[in-house]
Design a protein around this ligand. Structure first.
Ligand code: NAD
Length: 291
């Protein structure tokens, strides 16, 4: 048996929170967006306006559904609140997408537990943390799990679902079902793994590519050519670096192993310090004259 989800509250209206909220609203759920104050929510409204335009033209829709109408209906239906108790009062599911600070997430889930109905399911969208890092702070570890989306969720629509040993299987199945209903592809994980599936594959892959270039074995463009031609993959690792933005891997690797720190330094010296930050800056490993 799965629980029926009608009302979804998203904590955090930043990059991923706004996308998750819109994705759910676009697929007909009643969505409340919570953030810490009304100024931030005013910015979020603008972000949602822009997202509505993106969804109207880019998001896949079920047959017979007009994307433009669905996007504008989703936008009009969003509810905003900077009061946690108000935001959570009717929620069947709360999805947390706040900054990647463990103590903050634990505190917010603790506060949420005090004000949300006891039936509400809690999910975290954290990328690097395991749900068991947070579970005890939620006060309801059986109704808590990770539901992890990728950036540009309307296009890259994986939903990696990862419980702890304490997560109720019925809650897990409810979230698998919910992910499907919001147009995502659920990826159930049988046990906890840092990096889920995607980053368990992607991080070693990108690190290996960087080592090939930084240590002078091959040019970045040639590394990409090998990968694309030999495997048929549309993007090589350095194209992916450009899309992610070079700051993110730099920040992660600068605090890593000796090898990772050396690769971070190479990225900094050869790209970041020259303003080559990736696609968003107009240049990274490739140039993007259209920006
Ligand atoms: P972000 O910085 O863009 O947004 C964070 C939002 O949380 C901001 O709007 C901020 O005002 C709000 N916030 C801060 N403190 C809060 C609190 N106490 N209560 C409620 N809201 C609060 O961050 P993001 O990139 O959207 O990342 C959010 C989460 O999503 C992180 O756990 C991150 O690992 C995960 N994630 C991010 C990506 C990505 O590509 N950005 C991809 C997958 C998962």
């Amino acid at each position: 048996m799965t629980q029926t989800i009608h009302n979804v509250t998203v904590l955090g209206s930043g990059v991923l929170g706004s996308q998750i909220a819109f994705q759910a609203a676009f697929h007909g759920f009643a969505v409340t967006v919570y953030d810490i104050n009304d100024d931030i929510l005013a910015d979020a409204r603008k972000r949602f306006g822009a997202l509505a335009e993106v969804y109207a033209t880019q998001a896949p829709t079920p047959e017979g559904v007009d994307g433009k109408a669905a996007a504008h209906q989703a936008l009009a239906g969003l509810r905003y609140s900077s009061d946690l108790a108000d935001a959570a009062k009717d929620a069947d599911l709360v999805i947390e997408a706040i900054p990647e600070i463990l103590d903050l997430k634990r505190k917010v889930f603790g506060n949420l537990n005090d004000v949300a109905p006891s039936s509400t399911i809690f999910a975290t969208n954290s990328s690097p943390l395991l749900p068991s890092d947070i579970a005890d702070a939620t006060g309801r570890p059986d109704r808590f799990l990770a539901l992890h989306f990728a950036n540009e969720v309307w296009l890259h629509n994986t939903a990696e679902i990862m419980g702890t040993a304490q997560t109720d299987p019925e809650v897990f199945d409810t979230i698998v079902d919910f992910a499907t209903k919001i147009g995502a592809v659920p990826i159930p994980m049988h046990k906890e793994k840092a990096g889920y599936v995607l980053n368990s594959l992607l991080v070693p892959f990108l690190t290996a590519a960087l080592e090939l270039a930084a240590d002078g074995y091959a040019e970045p463009h040639d590394v990409d050519k090998v990968w694309s031609i030999a495997t048929g993959a549309p993007l090589g690792p350095f194209r992916i670096f450009d899309i992610v933005g070079l700051h993110t891997p730099y920040n992660i690797m600068a605090n890593g192993t000796d090898l990772e720190r050396r690769l971070a330094q190479w990225l900094k010296d050869n790209y970041i310090d020259q303003g080559k930050l990736g696609r968003a800056s107009g240049e990274g490993f490739y140039t993007y004259p259209q920006n």
